[in-house]
Design a protein around this ligand. Structure first.
Ligand SMILES: Nc1nc2c(ncn2[C@@H]2O[C@H](COP(=O)(O)OP(=O)(O)OP(=O)(O)O)[C@@H](O)[C@H]2O)c(=O)[nH]1
Ligand SMILES: [Mg+2]
Length: 709
């Protein structure tokens, strides 16, 4: 393979909703570049990009895949991404390392929810964007409608470069407004013939061309002057203006395609080759300490890992972008995030599952290495002495939580190790151990994402896992103060036990006044591991309880707070005042006072108008107009409080506050309610009182469980 200097490398990422045609487009681009003799088809499971067994099984992309073409003077790296929003953990890092985003729109469904959600990931990246309207050969393709939606959603930057002369089965001609020519494709697609624009189209093409010239000129003063002087611009001048507009994100060029019929992708490649910015044209990358790292071959070797994956035979594959300097085979680098020393061994250029060994990769290029010891996705590798950490990625937040455990308990450890590796590869997967319910909870972006994790566990790590609904992390507290005493006495032969505790408990709140009528000798303020505070005051006078027993009383209180009196959920925000008690000179000991403290607290708690609180999530739901009714009806059955509804084009955004207890597997329900066209995000808002009758029911259920069978 020819070696390319840093000025001749371009990295594009194919983005768009599920099924818009990204993988098919990548296949056609490789074919047009002469790298394939025959084009594969997603349905046949023989495309270069969808190369994993899982993707062939599912018939859609589940992970990013890198390929490259050598087109005229440039090496163009193509990163294909999954369109499913639940697999955004793959897409976000790909955008991070790309220079230009090619957003593929389906000419039938236009700017759908999937496109909207991808756009939410594109916006913060500030990358140049090309819009590719694909599937124009489909019966119900509607170029003008899609263009209208694109303008509504992406704004005035939408810049028409081409328009189709027909759509549907007859689609085979495109008017190109930059070259002012008509491309005519044969049925089998491929290289088009160039024809003059037909008379009937001249007026329309002229006026659109004029708009394009002005669009190009407005991004560069000199060009504007030249335009006023000459009344026009030539193709090179327009290309320079369009590139400037792309860099300033005031220009999103729109192209026409049918990837399946290989019509239009060659022209798109030509535009990327001629006009799209190369890696070194892009602004310097941000570093964690607020600095910047320019993409320059003479800088220190710095890599950014955007994908790590476990492969059955190859083991761990790490994909990276050379952010600065050059990388040579066998070079030793430091992982800026873990401190690990990594020997790069052989390095490769990528072509789907194929890896081509290369001796060197320069700044801007994308490559891979195998078997790195301790490097995950989203990390920085740098040359010794060039300490740098590139700014991280905002990973999409989970929206489906399931408990997870190994079907066979003997595999618990294996499951744990496998999950660590899966998370290193895909940081949008989260796991955490919930102490209060002794559950391991996995967080993913939805059932499809969880399905991918489960597939990897079975196929790559040979572990079978089972899933369940996590317990709702209720919390208990009190609404008024109460007093109780408890005498623990066991003096029936052998070592006796005796301890008596009198205490008052009060609802705790920030800034509450000192307790009235009691002499506080000592106060301990504890931040509870499950949230909230416990304030424990020793108000003993006259030495009725020796100070050395205070920690035991506190221990008893904390044990009861960990598993609260109502439903066994953690209690919080209580002030406990121990103000009286009794000791026995011989039989009083730690255990006696722990039990007395625990029981006195429990009694007082049940008299203090105890309250069960539940976590409330702030939920944002994106759903197409026509499906909003069903989603709203469903939401109303979930004790939700609607905060607002906002329309963006044909998509409604519903904001609501919903109890966690009502959101179990909500992403799954929403997918089925909207045939996969709706999605939601959620984040913790606060704890709120559980409705009285639900509190009764939960207390009753808990008591049922407590009653020995
Ligand atoms: N008629 C027609 N079908 C197309 C075209 N492009 C893609 N398809 C079909 O649309 C379906 C989805 O194509 P993919 O290339 O897998 O779409 P994708 O964007 O990669 O989908 P995800 O991987 O799920 O994100 C496949 O059945 C393709 O054959 C096109 O231009 N015309
Ligand atoms: Mg795909």
């Amino acid at each position: 393979m020819k070696s390319y200097d840093d000025k001749h490398i371009k990295n594009i990422v194919l983005l768009g909703s599920h099924g818009s045609g990204k993988t098919s487009l990548a296949e056609t681009m490789l074919f047009e570049a002469g790298l394939l003799n025959r084009r594969g088809r997603v349905e046949d499971g023989n495309t270069v990009s969808d190369h994993t067994d899982l993707e062939r099984e599912r018939g859609y992309s589940t992970q990013i895949s890198c390929m490259h073409t050598e087109w005229r003077q440039y090496k163009i790296n193509i990163i294909d991404t999954p369109g499913m929003d639940e697999l955004a953990g793959e897409t976000v890092p790909a955008i991070h390392v790309a220079d230009t985003c090619v957003l593929v729109l389906n000419a039938r469904s236009g700017v759908d929810v999937g496109t909207e959600l991808v756009w939410e990931h594109v916006k913060p990246a500030h990358r140049p964007v090309i819009l590719a309207i694909n599937q124009l050969d489909q019966e119900d393709a509607d170029y003008d409608e899609v263009l209208k939606q694109a303008r509504e959603h992406f704004g005035a930057a939408v810049t028409v470069m081409q328009y189709p002369l027909e759509q549907g089965a007859g689609f085979h001609r495109i008017i190109d407004l930059l070259r002012m020519t008509m491309y005519v494709f044969k049925d089998e697609g491929g290289k088009p013939e160039k024809h003059p624009i037909p008379e009937g189209e001249r007026e329309k093409a002229e006026s659109l061309h004029k708009e394009l010239v002005e669009k190009a000129a407005e991004n560069d003063e000199q060009l504007m002057e030249r335009y006023f002087e000459k009344g026009g611009l030539d193709e090179d001048e327009m290309s320079a203006g369009l590139r400037a507009g792309m860099m300033q994100r005031t220009c999103f060029p729109v192209f026409c395609l049918s990837a399946l019929r290989n019509m239009g992708s060659g022209r798109l490649m030509g535009f990327i080759d001629n006009v799209a910015p190369s890696a070194t044209d892009m602004p310097a990358a941000r570093t964690e300490d607020g600095g910047h790292l320019p993409c320059a071959v003479d800088g220190p070797t710095v890599l950014y890992t955007f994908k790590t994956a476990s492969e059955a035979h190859a083991g761990r594959v790490t994909m990276f972008k050379v952010m600065s300097g050059e990388l040579r085979e066998g070079q030793e680098l430091i992982n800026g995030n873990t401190g690990a020393v990594e020997r790069m061994g052989q390095i490769f250029s990528l072509m789907g599952k194929e890896r081509k060994p290369v001796p060197v990769l320069v700044a801007g290029d994308i490559g891979a290495a195998l078997k790195l010891k301790d490097t995950g996705t989203g990390q920085t590798l740098h040359a010794k002495g060039a300490e740098v950490r590139l700014a991280g990625i905002a990973w999409p937040a989970p929206r489906l939580y399931r408990t997870i455990r190994a079907k066979d308990p003997k595999q618990d450890e294996k499951l744990h190790a496998a999950l660590l590796e899966i998370q290193q590869d895909d940081p949008s997967v989260t796991t955490r151990y919930v102490r209060e319910s002794s559950e391991q909870v996995i967080g993913t972006l939805g059932e499809i994402h969880l399905g991918v994790v489960d597939w990897k566990l079975n196929k790559l790590f040979k572990v079978e896992a089972e899933y369940g609904s996590p317990k709702v992390p209720y919390r208990e507290t009190i609404r008024k103060s109460a007093e109780a005493m408890y005498r623990h006495k066991k003096q029936t032969g052998g070592a006796g036990q005796f301890g008596e505790v009198h205490l008052r408990i009060e609802p705790w709140y920030e800034g509450m006044p000192a307790p009235s009528g009691l002499n506080v000798r000592n106060t301990e303020v504890l931040d509870l591991p499950t949230g909230g505070k416990l304030v424990f005051c020793n108000c003993i006078t006259g030495g009725v309880i020796d100070t050395r027993f205070m920690p035991s009383i506190l221990k008893g209180v904390m044990e009861k707070m960990e598993k609260g009196p109502l439903t066994g959920s953690p209690a919080r925000d209580v002030r406990v005042l121990v103000y009286d008690g009794k000791m026995h000179p011989v039989d009083s000991n730690d255990i006696s006072f722990k039990i007395a403290g625990l029981m006195a607290f429990k009694d007082a708690f049940t008299q203090a108008d105890p309250l069960l609180m539940e976590p409330i999530q702030e939920v944002e739901i994106h759903v197409p107009d026509e499906l909003m009714g069903d989603v709203m009806t469903d939401l109303q059955g979930r004790r939700s409080i609607i905060q607002g509804i906002e329309g963006t084009g044909r998509i409604q955004v519903i904001r609501a506050q919903v109890p966690v207890a009502e959101l179990d597997r909500y992403s799954t329900r929403l997918r089925s309610l909207t045939q996969g066209r709706g999605t939601h995000t959620e984040r913790f808002l606060e704890y709120r009182a559980v409705p009285a009758e639900l509190q009764q029911k939960l207390i009753h259920d808990h008591q049922q469980q407590e009653v020995p069978a």
